[in-house]
Design a protein around this ligand. Structure first.
Ligand code: SF4
Length: 225
């Protein structure tokens, strides 16, 4: 009898272990854990890395997919890789990127909290503006990145990013300084592209002001307000 009780106890403990593991697994699935998002982003990267959907594949050195926290609260969306980004295969690492990253740190946002990507994943020759057919070809990749990361805030950088995310033709000078709500309930905060701020110093202050708004929204979300 004692032996049966002992065996029953062991089976009961094993049962509890299984229930606990199952609970953890379901929690991870429901929260969309970092490892899940990371593997989804890696899978998407494998799909994109040899992309030839538009002619920009012919002139790229490296595809610039995007980088950052797969569970980021905030996603920054720029226009397209520049020369340095094309060489390194990383977004926002040239002069404009340095200005942006410094501004992000200045307002107290940690780079560990963010994800950065562009509308186009390949550099347009001589940094020319993205062409409509290139945006049409590439935008679905960004939309998939947004769907995976599920940021609560999207900060759009410059005209092309803002107009395509908000689906509008209104100019950036009329859109920045305001907040919008995306289809998934995310807060969209447009601001100037950091490259434009290099040549227009007054815009740097407005960039900082917009990033402060991003930080304020992050704080609100993190404190549950
Ligand atoms: S810009 Fe986008 S659509 Fe065009 S080749 Fe690069 S990844 Fe593909």
């Amino acid at each position: 009898m004692k032996g049966i009780n002992h065996t029953g106890e062991i089976l009961y403990r094993e049962y509890l272990d299984i229930v606990r593991d199952l609970k953890k697994y379901l929690e991870r699935k429901m929260n969309g854990s970092s490892s899940d998002n990371l593997s989804l982003l890696e899978k998407l990267y494998r799909e994109v890395k040899n992309c030839q959907r538009c002619s920009l594949y012919k002139t790229r050195t490296n595809l610039v997919f995007g980088e950052g926290n797969p569970d980021a609260l905030v996603m920054f969306v720029g226009e397209a890789p520049g020369k340095e980004e094309d060489l390194q295969g990383r977004p926002f690492v040239g002069a404009a990127g340095k200005l942006l990253r410094k501004a992000i740190r200045t307002v107290g946002i940690s780079e560990k909290q963010i994800y950065i990507a562009n509308i186009l994943k390949c550099r347009p020759p001589k940094n020319r503006d993205p062409q409509p057919e290139e945006i049409i070809a590439c935008l679905p990749y960004l939309k998939k990145q947004i769907k995976i990361v599920k940021p609560k805030i999207i900060c759009t950088l410059g005209k092309f990013s803002t107009q395509n995310i908000l689906n509008t033709t209104t100019g950036i000078t009329h859109l920045r300084g305001k907040s919008f709500t995306g289809n998934g309930g995310e807060i969209i905060i447009p601001t100037y592209h950091p490259a434009a701020c290099i040549y227009r110093p007054p815009w740097r202050e407005q960039l900082i002001a917009d990033l402060k708004k991003v930080k304020m929204e992050m704080d609100k979300i993190l404190s549950g307000v």
